[in-house]
Ligand binder design. Structure first.
Ligand code: NAP
Length: 261
């Protein structure tokens, strides 16, 4: 068996769907283990993959762990097999904690985001030397490219990456909702306001592939025009410093959670 999934919640399912749709691995080469036999069988039937038990994991070349971090310590021992390469997406769980609990240094730590559900995740990956040399990191890079973009990142930056890129859909959704509320405040119907907010966010993201954000801002804000008046109000709300503080606070929280392991 090429790849086994442990935990098929929101993220596990998204990654499995990406893998199947890209034909990265055949369904007959993929297995799943869920919380109990019933949910394992149900999940396997939905995707046409193999239902597994923990003891079957030793037959897998690689195991992707998509459990909640708090669920991991209790079952780590049952997942541990010396000949398997592990890929974890558990927030805050370091490669050294993975290695200690799984009894092997063939581990990859990956941090995708919720956009994996639409195959637009920005995923960071890291691995110790053993994971690199065994080909686990290259395998995981290719795997996460089935659900978006994948980048190697030093592990010391993982908490910052989690705080910035993995949490970002929540930050940006809050900005989008506030923008739509502003439109509603001025009389635009809610449905249209939300749709306009989504359109401008997507378009601005695409423009940022071509131009620096400051250039986009300057091109829109003509002297004495409407946009610069709007920007003046946003600056009064200290939005920039709120984002600095948000990323700093979320990075610290990521470290704390990692230390609790
Ligand atoms: N959601 C995000 O945006 C995001 C982004 C990046 C990384 N992550 C990380 O991805 C991981 C999964 O997140 P998620 O949002 O997919 O969580 P989730 O929806 O709660 O998925 C976890 C899955 O594991 C199952 N499970 C629980 N105990 C198990 C066991 N002993 N054996 C096998 N399966 C078991 C759960 O079943 P039950 O529902 O029955 O408990 C659930 O289906 C987390 O570690 C999180 O930190 C999430």
């Amino acid at each position: 068996m090429e790849l086994a999934f442990v935990g098929l919640g929101k993220m596990g399912r998204s990654i499995l769907e990406g893998v199947l749709s890209a034909e990265f691995a055949a369904p007959s080469d993929i297995g799943v283990v869920e919380r109990d036999e019933k949910t394992t069988n149900e999940a396997a039937a939905i995707y046409g993959v193999e239902p597994l038990r923990y003891e079957n994991l030793s037959n897998a070349k690689r195991v992707l762990i998509a459990l909640q971090p708090k669920q991991f310590p209790a079952i780590a021992e049952k997942l541990a097999h010396p000949s398997v390469g592990y890929i974890s997406i558990m927030a805050g769980v370091s490669t050294s904690v993975l290695a200690r609990n799984l009894g092997t240094r063939r581990v990859v730590r990956a941090m995708p985001n919720i956009a994996a559900t639409i195959r637009k995740s920005t995923t960071a990956l890291t691995a110790p030397k053993e994971g690199v040399e065994a080909g686990d990191l290259d395998y995981a890079m290719a795997l996460f490219k089935t659900v978006g973009d994948a980048y190697r990142l030093p592990e010391r930056l993982f908490d910052a990456f989690t705080a910035m890129a993995a949490s970002a859909p929540a930050y940006v959704a809050l900005v989008a909702e506030a923008l739509a509320d502003g439109g509603v405040h001025m009389g635009i119907p809610r449905k249209e306001a939300l749709s306009f907010a989504a359109d401008v966010l997507i378009a601005t993201g695409e423009l940022m592939r071509l131009k620096h954000p400051a250039v986009i801002k300057d091109e829109v804000a003509s002297p004495g025009g409407t946009t610069i008046y709007g920007l003046a109000e946003i600056e009064k709300g200290a939005v920039r410093s709120a984002f600095y503080a948000a990323v700093e606070s979320a990075t610290r929280r990521g470290r704390e959670l990692g230390e609790e392991e």
